[in-house]
Write a new protein. Structure first.
Length: 81
């Protein structure tokens, strides 16, 4: 098991503005077994949203493992932030 932090920049928008995409991203990553399903903790600090996650393998978050819905969420978060 490997622990990583997913970090989303919030300089342009608030967490409330992107909460839907963030929650969907975590759901899709969990359904695709890229992360271990768990209750995720959101940590807001210095215009960043940080979410500690646990992955089964060191390369679990590699883009070639991602489902199209995961890629869509990532794209929306990049556009919005």
């Amino acid at each position: 098991m490997f622990t990583f932090d997913l970090i989303v920049n919030l300089t342009k928008l608030s967490f409330d503005d992107i909460q839907y995409e963030v929650e969907n991203l975590l759901i899709y990553l969990g359904c695709n077994s890229q992360i271990i399903k768990q209750n995720h903790q959101y940590i807001l600090e210095d215009n960043q949203l940080r979410m500690p996650i646990i992955c089964p393998e060191v390369n679990s978050l590699a883009i070639h493992y991602s489902h199209r819905f995961t890629l869509h969420c990532l794209e929306q978060l990049q556009i919005k932030t």
